[in-house]
Design a protein around this ligand. Structure first.
Ligand SMILES: [Ca+2]
Length: 311
């Protein structure tokens, strides 16, 4: 998708910004995050219930598929892990490369021809937009050239395009999960709305890093985090997998649509799990069956990935 269209699509005006009032401060929960990355989890094959008939239309129908057994990373791939990959291979991510001018309208603003990626920022009355193409944004500088991952080694790596995630997976002897594998792993056999039950915040305890408050104006961070969280700060699902819901969307190897038939000019893959930007008033894709299309070539600071392996 060309960045101009991307910007126009997401640069939605926010009505009534000035009417918003600051919310009361809510005590932040005390969370213990993983100190070390756990080993991948091996899951048995078999029938898996995926999709939903009671959520967004694109999730229907609920259906049973059969998956083969596989292993899956217990957490999203971290900055530390991706740093190791880049140090070993010299890999340069798409956001660090000059964009393909063929994908950009010739009359587009000059900054769109520079390496960069999409960055979220909280909207304000003076700037009612929440996504911007920022030159210099990449996995080392997820929120733009002045940002850093220093001290965030255990955060999920973001600003990763599809081929970057696939390259990491190949290097590590793994691959990206299919959507069915991912959803099977995320729901962990649960038949409830969320992998942990039918209540999103059972007993007032958040089970995933999402957005509380009126999106995109105010993130109250009642779950302990405004923006990304380190991996493994919330209770794992029944399979022992962390952050399948929330924190960062995750790439899958499943095309969202037939790009050639749809004439999008760029492959579009399915991302899963929702992110720290999913809110009650927007997105609400903090469920295992939720899905969203993502252009293969565009990184953003709310999309990461994890890998799977075959026995
Ligand atoms: Ca949060």
């Amino acid at each position: 998708m060309n960045p101009v269209v991307f910007g126009m699509t997401l640069a939605v005006s926010v009505i009534g910004l000035a009417a918003c009032q600051p919310a009361a401060q809510t005590p932040k929960p005390v969370l213990r995050c993983l100190a070390t990355n756990p080993s991948p989890i091996t899951l048995p094959g078999g029938p898996a219930r995926i999709g939903s008939d009671v959520a967004y239309g694109e999730e229907a129908p609920a259906r049973t598929v059969v998956v083969d057994g596989f292993s899956i990373d217990a957490t999203e791939v971290t900055n530390a892990q991706f740093t190791h990959f880049v140090a070993a291979t010299g890999y340069v991510t798409m956001a660090e490369r000059k964009p393909d001018p063929a994908l950009i309208p010739p009359d587009a603003p000059p900054f769109l021809f520079l390496p960069g990626a999409a960055v979220f920022k909280t909207a304000t009355p003076d700037s009612p937009y929440w996504w911007s193409y920022i030159p210099g944004a990449n996995w080392r500088h997820p929120q733009g050239p002045k940002s850093t991952i220093e001290g965030k080694e255990n955060f999920p790596v973001v600003q990763i395009a599809y081929e970057d995630a696939a390259a990491y997976a190949l290097w590590s002897g793994q691959r990206l999960p299919t959507e069915a594998e991912w959803e099977y792993a995320a729901s962990a056999g649960a038949k409830t709305l969320y992998p942990w039950g039918d209540e999103r915040v059972p007993g007032g305890r958040h089970r995933a890093n999402t957005w509380q408050g009126l999106f995109p104006l105010q993130d109250k961070a009642e779950d302990g985090f405004a923006g990304l969280a380190p991996v493994g700060c919330f209770k794992p699902n029944a399979f022992g997998l962390y952050d399948m819901i929330g924190n960062a969307w995750e790439w899958t190897a499943t095309p969202y649509l037939d790009s050639a038939r749809e004439g999008t000019g760029e492959a579009v893959y399915t991302i899963k799990g929702g992110s720290f930007l999913c809110a009650d008033n927007y997105c609400r894709r903090y469920r295992a069956s939720a899905r969203q299309p993502q252009e293969a070539g565009l990184g953003s600071n709310h999309i990461g990935f994890r890998t799977v392996g075959d026995p």
